[in-house]
Design a protein around this ligand. Sequence first.
Ligand code: HEM
Length: 151
Amino acid sequence: MKIKVWKSTGLVLAANLSLVCGLQAAEIGKSLYVRLGGQSAIQAVASDLVDRILLDDRVNNWFAQAAASSANAAAYKSKLSDFICQNTGGPCNYTGRDMVAAHKGRAVTSEAFDAVVQDLIAVLDNLEVPSKEKRQLLEILGPLKASIVQK
Ligand code: HEM
């Protein structure tokens, strides 16, 4: 009888252990898009970022077109959202230009790029995005600097 009890306890422990490991594996396997909170969270990031950029005197000179009407601002937010969604493993289809073409001739400076990254960090902090996901998003967007800041 004792052996039976041990056996079943062992089975329960093993089952629990595999469940815990399975849950951890599922969490690890989730895309950044999902861990950020999916479509609505990414739309909020893009929308808040554009709002913040338009108020930021260090960079808003570049965004006269987006600032010209609420329809323009909405179109830009939507493109930025699709771009972030697609690049974090989400089910979106970004149809805008690649980063070199989109920023060609705009004379974006290194300082302006860094200011936009600071705005993004402020938005992510404000939305209480956890530090791991914040770091991973910045690791995806940071290296775009070379394509966006052009000589
Ligand atoms: C990681 C940083 C950045 C990302 C991911 C990004 C992404 C994008 C995307 C997806 C578009 C739309 C392209 C299209 O319509 O085909 C865009 C447009 C644009 N970007 Fe960036 N960008 C970044 C940084 C910057 C910076 C630092 C500046 C200037 C300070 C800038 C200025 C612009 C402007 C002026 C447009 C056109 C907006 C409009 O249509 O009104 N971008 N960007």
